[in-house]
Design a binder for this molecule. Structure first.
Ligand code: ZN
Length: 357
């Protein structure tokens, strides 16, 4: 929080960002819809903690420097990889804490996916449901020592009291099904829509590209499970059981989908990272103060910056070609492009932009 008297003074000086009706931009600044002014956001998410997420997906994500969200089922995680299954289904090797913590240490998000892999009962009271959800939340937090912000509802089932319970349990974001994309400002952060990868052919490439088209200006969340190769033991078991959806695709198909997403230049980030950006963007006030050869930008928010620490991107419209940007930590010389400058700021910060030669 800024000191109140400084806040008052800045308010008195404030000039807000505006655009003239003929589209010509005046001097001003605003927070871009997406980080780094990307055309849309995509989150890659995984469920159930299958071991191939570590052996097959993780190397692809590392190759392209991407971070994803991994939903964990509490009772399926041992220290080392282990076999587990839900009733009447064959066992699949799961990641242990060793693998999950490695993912976390590399910047991936760990999300709750139920202590047990069971649908929550939508008729249970909110308090009861929240108590169940807190169980998996605390289990993960005891390992990462940071708050777990995202829940992937088991079976994407979030009807009745379930999404309200997620809020009560302290989750900021809840991922459900719905087979669509989220808008730039989702109506309910505890009911985030997801497109699911059902097998190697569903979605087919045309459908997948259509989903990417829909991500323009929006937030697409993809849900993956396993990356079994066609000749693996697991795939023959799946075929043998006549399962309709294998929830699995080969590594090559996964990498193809990742490449298509990168090609669109979307912002690819974990669910809590994109969610935090949206909440900060919509709850940060910006003051633009112009004095001679300097512009002072003041960002302030009512959100708790210990959690809401995702940098925001500002688009600053100025007529100077070369500027010095000072954020209190370091000075940086930047050149504007078409009278525009993109800079990253914290939701609670003061930036000074000075004209330089
Ligand atoms: Zn699941």
């Amino acid at each position: 929080m800024l000191n109140n008297s400084i806040r008052g003074l800045l308010l008195a000086l404030a000039v807000f960002c505006f655009h003239t009706s003929n589209g010509q931009e005046q001097e001003g600044a605003c927070i871009t819809t997406w980080y780094h002014d990307k055309p849309g956001a995509v989150s890659i998410s995984f469920d159930d903690g299958g071991y191939t997420q570590y052996t097959e997906a993780y190397p692809v994500l590392e190759k392209y420097s991407l971070k994803a969200t991994f939903g964990i089922v509490g009772e399926w995680v041992r220290e080392e990889p282990s076999m587990s299954a839900e009733p009447n289904y064959f066992e699949i090797r799961k990641m242990g804490w060793k693998q999950l913590l490695e993912l976390y240490d590399h910047g991936h998000e760990l999300a709750a996916h139920g202590y047990r892999h069971e649908r929550y009962n939508k008729f249970d009271p909110v308090d009861t449901l929240a108590r169940h959800m807190v169980q998996i939340k605390l289990l993960i937090e005891s390992r990462i020592h940071q708050p777990v912000l995202t829940i992937h509802y088991p079976y994407s089932f979030a009807s009745g009291n379930i999404h309200e319970a997620a809020l009560r349990a302290g989750f900021l974001f809840g991922r459900t099904g719905l087979d669509t994309v989220n808008s730039g400002t989702p109506r309910d952060m505890h009911l985030l829509a997801t497109h699911s990868i059902l097998n190697a052919h569903e979605p087919d490439s045309t459908t997948f590209l259509r989903w990417l088209d829909q991500a323009e200006g929006n937030w697409l969340i993809l849900m993956y499970h396993n990356l079994f190769s066609e000749n693996s033991r697991e795939m023959s078991l799946i075929h043998g059981h006549n399962v309709e959806y294998s929830y699995s695709l080969p590594k090559e198909s996964f990498e193809m989908q990742v490449r298509e997403t990168i090609y669109r230049d979307y912002w690819i980030a974990p669910i809590s990272t994109v969610g935090k950006y949206i909440m900060e963007r919509d709850n940060t006030q910006l003051r633009f103060i112009r004095c001679k050869d300097k512009i002072i930008l003041v960002a302030s928010t009512n959100l708790d910056t210990r959690i809401f620490n995702q940098p925001l991107t500002l688009e600053v419209n100025i007529r100077w070609r070369k500027v010095k940007v000072t954020d209190g930590l370091q000075d940086k010389i930047c050149e504007t492009k078409n009278n525009k400058l993109l800079i990253d700021i914290n939701p609670e910060s003061v930036i000074i932009i000075s004209k330089t030669k």
